[in-house]
Design a protein around this ligand. Sequence first.
Ligand SMILES: [Zn+2]
Length: 265
Amino acid sequence: MGGTSLENRRSKGWWHKTGAFRLFTSVVPSIHTETTPFLTLLFTSPPWNRFKISWQHFDHDISGLSIYTDGSKFNNNTGCALVVFRDGIEVHHLLCKLNPEATVFLAELKAIEMAVNLVVSQSMVNAEIISDSRAHVDTAGNEAADAYAKLSVGNDSIDCKLELPKAILKIFLQQDTLQQWQVGWNSSLKGRAVFDLCPKVHLKRLHGNFYINQLITGHGALAQYQGKFFGKDDFCSCGKAVEDRLHLVFHCKRWQGLRDKWFSA
Ligand SMILES: [Zn+2]
């Protein structure tokens, strides 16, 4: 424990900062045999479904069985691990490489699930699952779980493919929708005047008003539009070109002062 007494650490708020918690696995066998929804929920729900697990700060006690869990994500590789200590001696560990889309939070959860499975399958009694999801406690168990989790990330093959998190799915769907929209916008025969100025689709709201709308669409008071519909002179008063919106916005010398002032950068 690094020579710092438990009382000292408590008085400094150390336990709160480390985020080390114990999940009381001694309740798991009873839950399992009584077939309450807990385990069913844990193993069958989509990963983003939330439900409460009782957590408690704990006094570290190296006697008995302690299962430390940790997840890791590095360079788009994700993995998790558990390590079992009996009376302070490492006796077993388990690594699991996950699919790259899995978040580190899901990796942490997967490690806890592995620990719960181990407790149930080995009929462990009074085992502690110690999850260190927010920071690393300087115990051998947490250090070992951290090291194994990092090791799992480097494995070649994926051991377990988790469902995509809801947030990632939303990002994928949005990217796909934008891509389809862009393809349609590129090839459409409609709205080409707007396309000239806004070729790239995006989700930001297009700012518009009476004047900007005329420039974007080419409709309104522009000489070219007036000439086309009312037979008026379509030449710009600068005498250099037809007064269409591209001439007005990008080239006409009459508006160079405004261009310099607002768009010089
Ligand atoms: Zn002009």
